[in-house]
Design a protein around this ligand. Structure first.
Ligand SMILES: [Zn+2]
Length: 106
């Protein structure tokens, strides 16, 4: 037996409704355009990627190898900063590898 179909789209599309929908679409479009033109606001918007913001560790001052002489690696011809036992990280690791390999302390 044929059941009468329920008509869901019976809501009349009045001109006022159409106007409202058009205005809404217009406003959204304008908003998107404005956002694209001036970039995202720099508020707490996790979505906005500020292009000038650098990530990660800030670069060390590369101008000159200015490590105070009393903080410098004790190895000759090494200008890096001491990390441990008077050696820079590179020389300290080299020393450590040497000791682990069975070498004697210098
Ligand atoms: Zn060194």
């Amino acid at each position: 037996m044929a059941r009468p179909r329920k008509e869901l789209s019976k809501v009349p599309l009045t001109p006022a409704l159409v106007n409202w929908a058009e205005a809404l679409g217009d406003a959204i479009g304008r908003g998107v355009l404005r956002a694209m033109n001036q970039g995202m606001p720099t508020g707490g918007n996790s979505n906005g990627m500020a292009a000038s913001r650098r990530r990660g560790r800030p670069p060390k001052a590369l101008a000159g190898n200015m490590v105070a002489s009393d903080r410098r690696c004790t190895m000759p011809d090494c200008t890096r900063e001491q990390r441990s036992k008077g050696l820079c990280s590179a020389h300290y690791q080299a020393e450590r590898r040497r000791l682990l390999a069975g070498g004697k302390p210098a």
